[in-house]
Design a protein. Structure first.
Lengths: 512, 473
């Protein structure tokens, strides 16, 4: 079967998406430092242009197949058989769209809050965007690794230069954790490359069969990189520091896109390349996921810092994602992927919201707030939407994702499903309590007299509100993208790559 | 051309280099503006580089080999001269040692390196090594009035002489055993007479490895490096960290993979702990340094450890990866030194890490360049440092040393800490003092070359890799 589809759009859309932000960054580099207004407008136009260019992906994607689409392929380093090849399937497409959208919001939210080194800030932001899109599009393992690592540099600067008081510690911790994980993955990649007769082609690699023992080793090598990024318990400790100390835009990118790259890595590499090891390691992964869900949630209850609370809630929510992925059934996987998008939207929106109020009060302590609902009613009403979506109230996107994951979890392992469901209750606890402490009760001295959101801030949050209800009410628009790809992935995992997926399906038919 | 002995063609680059270096030494007597000598030196090495293409072959019955392997290293040496001279011009004037011998010595030292790279015989190797070493000792102590510079020279000299003794002792044992000093003949003799288990041969191999380890600054023979690098003129530190190291690797590859290939398991057993120690000590001790030249000295020790992986792999790919890495290292390391040298100005040493506080705020361009070089030294894509490390790791894994590569990548991750500390000081701290940069067009050119090297090889490494791959027979 042909594994790839050529690009139907008539222009190399994925390359454009990767290099347009980078070109924007180069353009900014040439701008005079004093022209801050122009720099911001240029950054906004670059991110808007990337978003508009990414829209045809949404409409032009063929949902009836699992093969890679919009494929581009060029020789890059022939001596090592490395190609510059890009493509999208149902698993990756939503993240590309999310990346282009989130970058616009990040530019908007930083409009007034970034006052020093404005030019360098937007340059870093645009480089991050290009690298993020590259990670999701790469069909060559080497190229993937390049983007995966390259985005550490601007991210390190974003946290370390424009972050909060403890930013230097957070930045170096983030960098070292991620780097140690990544280099171990690099060893795994090289082993895989040499074993498979020197190819980095992801599509080809995921049709091969590898010895079980090797799969196990590789699984843990990849685990080192992906688990740190997700982050899974017990390697999650960089996340609270990085999310808390990063500037708003950095937190949003970390929460909405960067940590999704870890879960995406599991989906793109661990499962299809190492199906048997993945199956064998399911109990471990489910246990770690459940621990993350409950532990992350309980820790949230004890947080006094707004951003830190939301950061720990990410640990809990990403626990749901990995639970869904390693449930290894259709519901779990689709729920997991959708929940990645959901978490990107909701937690991104929460960090944006915190950024909005932080710009006014310059405090992150929950104790400093109270009664915000009375001075900023519009802000309060949007925040409750995000809160409820984070909890997973029906008709919001969180419900769909968590429901599918718990369904998949129950099918796979009853205890995992049961324990994960308690995580939702804890989630309701800490989010509602947070809302109560910040928005109701006595009006705090720092809160009194604040003005409500202006048009720019409203525009920043509105897309997220729309998406929350869109996915919550009619999720099929988004689930439709992934059906075929997820089916294909499940086939691959269940047959262990021993037979072609079609053979497996015939056998299943006969059994039925 | 009547007097030309036919067999000398492979030596053309070395002969041209000797003549032109002597000419520059003489020109020093009549030329008052020493900047002219810098220009002449660069022209000189370009002329030498021009003679490379016609020089392939062997001379003196295999004592001197000019092949792709030696030519690749010679390109690294030539590059080293060009970049060193470019960053020296203003610097040696600031240090008030603007003397013409400086350029002559650099050229003679490079001549020694070129002879080493082409040595097909242990005696020729020794000749080249001494020529290189003696010139470099003088260069290390070139700031005569500075105690630290003197200290650097004397330490480098004493330990270097010690290493030479090891080399000679090893050579004499091999000669006693095999009756030859020719590299190809040694390996043939070992094979024919079944000497692979001979204890004297093992001892001789250990002595040679010790001598080479001194030159490439591998642990535990690295003791001279931090002091010599810190005390020597910064431009010479840059020169030393690339040239003699690459020359050491060139002879190491030639001797171990040609002459001593029959006892590869033995020397691999010796080199593996050396490589682990080198990476470990280099990377871990670098963390606690406060002087940036010292930090880069330990970093250069660590990088020798990575490059050793290629030698240990002992395959054509292994050597090619080692060669590629040394070329890349030349770009990124001299680039970093070019930034360091700019901080040296009249009355301000500028070699402490704390001098870099807030540099990004006061001199964004210089700091941004430093960021690129630091990330390249760490090995983060899309810089050349990553490509070099990837190639080394891939060839070592392919040769069956996966556990060694796992150790290497862990140390590589540790190294991020001290390289990023420089970035952190520059970007994330406020400037405490105003640092004046001593810029000049020549340093600008050196920075442009090194930056281009780091980025272009990082994004499109295909050409360089191919060059290194075809180089080894």
């Amino acid at each position: 079967m042909e594994q790839v589809m050529t690009n139907s759009l008539g222009f190399p859309v994925l390359s454009t998406l990767i290099f347009l932000p980078l070109a924007g960054a180069v353009l900014l580099l040439l701008m005079p430092r004093a022209q801050e207004g122009l720099i911001k407008i240029l950054a906004l136009s670059a991110s808007l242009a990337a978003f508009i260019i990414s829209l045809p992906l949404f409409t032009g994607f063929d949902k009836s197949t699992h093969v890679m689409q919009f494929v581009e392929r060029h020789k890059w380093i022939p001596a090592w058989n490395i190609n510059y090849s890009l493509g999208l399937d149902g698993i990756s497409i939503l993240f590309v769209l999310l990346s282009t959208l989130v970058t616009i919001l990040c530019v908007l939210i930083s409009w007034n809050s970034i006052k020093t080194k404005v030019k360098e800030f937007y340059i870093s932001l645009l480089i991050v965007e290009g690298a993020m899109i590259g990670v999701f599009c790469a069909l060559d393992f080497f190229l993937f690794y390049i983007f995966w690592e390259a985005m550490l540099i601007p991210m390190y600067l974003l946290i370390g230069v424009w972050g909060g008081p403890n930013r230097i510690y957070a930045a170096i911790k983030f960098f070292l954790y991620t780097l140690v994980g990544s280099v171990l993955m690099l060893v795994g990649i090289i082993v895989l490359y040499l074993y498979s007769g020197r190819t980095f082609d992801i599509v080809e690699l995921s049709t091969r069969v590898y010895p079980y023992q090797m799969q196990l080793w590789l699984f843990w090598a990849f685990f080192a990189a992906f688990a740190v990024k997700v982050p899974m318990f017990p390697v999650h400790t960089w996340l609270p520091d990085a999310h808390t100390e990063a500037p708003t835009a950095g937190s949003v990118i970390l929460a909405a896109i960067l940590i999704k790259m870890g879960a995406y890595g599991f989906l793109r590499f661990s499962l299809p390349l190492l199906p048997e090891a993945s199956k064998a390691m399911t109990p471990v992964m489910l246990t770690l996921s459940v621990i993350a869900i409950i532990y992350g949630g309980v820790i949230c209850l004890a947080q006094a810092d707004l951003k830190r609370l939301i950061a720990y809630s990410s640990v809990s929510h990403m626990g749901f994602v990995t639970l869904g992925i390693f449930a290894l059934n259709i519901q779990g996987l689709e729920g997991g992927i959708l929940q990645m998008v959901n978490h990107g939207i909701v937690t991104g929106a929460l960090f944006l919201s915190v950024g909005i109020i932080y710009d006014r009060t310059h405090t992150r302590q929950i104790a400093d707030y109270g009664g915000v609902a009375s001075v900023m009613p519009l802000y309060a009403s949007l925040f409750i939407v995000f809160t409820l979506a984070s909890i997973g109230l029906p008709s919001t996107n969180g419900f769909i994702g968590e429901f599918l994951i718990i369904l998949g979890g129950f099918t796979s392992n009853q205890w995992a499903g049961l324990l994960a469901a308690t995580g939702i209750i804890i989630g309701a606890g800490y989010m509602l309590w947070l809302y109560q402490r910040v928005f109701f009760m006595e009006t705090g001295p720092k809160v009194a007299g604040l003005h409500d959101m202006d048009a720019r801030e409203l525009i920043t949050l509105l897309p997220m509100v729309v998406l929350i209800f869109w996915i919550g009410i009619y999720p099929d628009t988004f689930l439709g993208f992934m059906h075929k790809s997820v089916e294909h992935l499940i086939d691959r995992v269940n047959t262990g790559g021993m037979h072609g997926p079609t053979v497996a399906r015939t056998i299943m038919e006969v059994i039925k | 051309m009547k007097f030309m002995i036919p067999g000398l063609r492979p030596l053309t680059p070395e002969i041209v280099m000797t003549v032109l270096a002597l000419a520059i030494l003489l020109a020093d007597l009549v030329i008052k503006r020493k900047e002219t000598l810098a220009t002449l030196s660069i022209i000189c090495v370009f002329v030498v580089a021009y003679t490379f293409s016609g020089s392939l072959g062997t001379a003196f019955g295999g004592m001197f080999i000019s092949d792709g392997y030696s030519t690749f290293f010679k390109i690294v040496f030539i590059l080293n001269v060009i970049l060193t001279v470019l960053i020296s011009v203003k610097y040696i004037a600031i240090e008030k040692v603007n003397l013409g011998e400086y350029y002559g010595l650099i050229l003679f030292s490079t001549l020694g390196m070129m002879i080493m790279a082409s040595a097909g015989d242990l005696i020729v190797l020794y000749l080249g090594l001494e020529l290189m070493a003696l010139s470099t000792y003088i260069l290390a102590g070139f700031i005569r009035y500075d105690v630290k510079s003197n200290e650097a020279a004397i330490k480098y000299f004493l330990l270097g002489a010690f290493a030479s003794a090891f080399l000679l002792y090893g050579t004499s044992m091999i000669y006693g055993l095999t009756g030859t000093t020719n590299l190809a003949a040694i390996s043939e003799y070992i094979n024919q007479h079944g000497l692979t288990g001979n204890p004297v041969l093992t001892l001789a191999m250990v002595f040679l490895v010790v001598a080479f380890s001194f030159k490439i600054a591998a642990v535990p023979f690295h003791m001279w490096t931090p002091d010599a690098y810190e005390g020597a003129p910064t431009s010479i530190t840059a020169f030393m960290s690339v040239g003699p190291k690459a020359a050491g690797f060139a002879v190491m590859g030639r001797v171990l993979l040609h002459a001593l290939y029959p006892i590869k398991p033995l020397w691999a057993t010796v080199l593996i702990p050396v490589a682990i120690l080198t990476m470990g000590v280099g990377n871990i001790v670098a963390i606690s340094q406060t002087n940036i030249k010292r930090m880069l000295a330990y970093s250069s020790i660590a990088h020798a450890g990575y490059a050793l992986l290629g030698v240990i792999a002992g395959t054509a790919d292994g050597l090619a990866s080692m060669m590629t890495y040394l070329l890349i290292y030349a770009f990124m390391n001299i680039g970093a030194f070019a930034v360091i040298i700019m901080l040296r100005s009249e009355g301000f040493k500028g070699d402490m890490i704390s001098d870099y506080e807030g540099l990004w705020h006061t001199h964004p361009l210089a700091a941004s360049l430093m960021i690129v070089f630091m990330f390249s030294l760490t090995g983060i894509p899309p810089t050349a440092g990553f490509m070099g490390k990837f190639y080394l790791f891939a060839s070592a894994i392919n040769a069956g040393y996966m556990w060694l590569v796992i150790i290497a990548v862990i140390f590589s991750a540790i190294s991020a800490y001290f390289y990023l500390r420089i970035v952190m000081y520059m970007c994330m701290r406020e400037p405490r003092q105003t640092v004046a940069l001593s810029t000049s067009p020549s340093i600008g050119l050196a920075l442009a070359i090194t930056l281009a090297g780091v980025i272009v090889i990082g994004v499109l490494p295909a050409q360089v890799v191919n060059l290194a791959r075809i180089a080894f027979p």
